[in-house]
Design a protein around this ligand. Structure first.
Ligand code: ZN
Length: 292
């Protein structure tokens, strides 16, 4: 729509008809004059004052349009924020209240051809949360005043601090739980050890076998070594009969009682084999050798 015929009665009438706002029909925004009927409006449009205003408007239509649009938006938002705050409200309800002021800035002098267009503009500009329903457009003011922003910032800061406090407490609590669990585990271990000491017969036996198995485990490689040593010495015929016995005693000193006893038997057996024909094994034979 061109700026030249924007405020002609026909143009205004057409816009108002489209919006169904008959009441606003005979209003001249440039002169801020409300006429009672079509005839009155016609007379006004022919008046000297109106023509002067229209000349001004024609010189810089965009400037007027921008000023009117700005003012319309400001007044509308002022009403919305004061009357409804940040509550969601039907856009038309706010508009009806807005136009109930006889000297309100009329929307037909703004960029916006209809209320829904204006509402969409508010949504685009981030001034309101807007949503369209079958019942029409709803708007919700977004409070961006410095005080509110400062308040929100303070709340967020407080929440952040509370969060870190909470995290710290949580961490300390977790550490305490961990420590307690470790202590509990230690105590349990002590308890089981005690139980074994004062346990019934089968458990005692089990403990004995495990303890007894230890020297045998240690002994096995030694036994192999002793056998290897013995076989080496038997392979070389130039060795004296005492040599294996001496080697045996030195190795038996290193190991426990049981090892020495077994090794003694092996060595005795080897010595016996070297000396003469196989015969019965007796303690007297071993005693004789020991005496020698
Ligand atoms: Zn006028």
């Amino acid at each position: 729509m061109g700026a030249d015929n924007f405020l002609t009665p026909k143009a205004i009438a057409n816009r108002i008809k489209a919006k169904g706002l008959q009441k606003l029909r005979w209003y001249c925004q440039m002169c801020e004059k409300q006429c009672r009927d079509e005839n009155g409006f016609k007379c006004h449009c022919a008046s000297e004052g109106h023509l002067r205003q229209m000349q001004l408007f024609a010189e810089s239509p965009h400037k007027f349009m921008n000023t009117y649009s700005q003012e319309f938006q400001q007044e509308f938002m002022k009403l919305l924020s004061r009357r409804y705050g940040t509550r969601r409200v039907h856009a038309n309800l706010v508009y009806q209240e807005y136009i109930s002021d006889r000297h309100h800035l009329h929307m037909n002098s703004t960029h916006w051809q209809s209320l829904s267009e204006f509402v969409k503009h508010l949504g685009r500009e981030g001034l309101c949360e807007v949503d369209e329903t079958p019942k029409g457009w709803f708007i919700k003011w977004i409070d961006r005043s410095p005080e509110t922003l400062a308040k929100q910032e303070a709340i967020q800061r407080k929440e952040r601090m509370e969060r870190t406090d909470e995290e710290r407490t949580q961490k300390a609590l977790e550490e305490q739980i961990k420590k307690a669990q470790e202590q509990a585990a230690e105590q349990e271990q002590e308890a089981t050890e005690l139980k074994r000491d004062t346990a019934e017969e089968p458990i005692k036996l089990q403990l004995k076998t495990t303890f007894a198995s230890k020297p045998f485990k240690k002994f096995e490689p030694k036994k192999l070594n002793a056998l290897a040593m013995a076989s080496k010495k038997t392979a070389t015929p130039a060795t004296s009969s005492r040599a294996p016995e001496n080697g045996g005693t030195s190795s038996t000193d290193l190991v426990g009682k049981k090892v020495s006893a077994v090794e003694q038997i092996i060595q005795d057996e080897l010595a016996r084999k070297r000396k003469g024909p196989p015969g019965g094994f007796s303690f007297s034979q071993r005693d004789e050798k020991k005496r020698r």
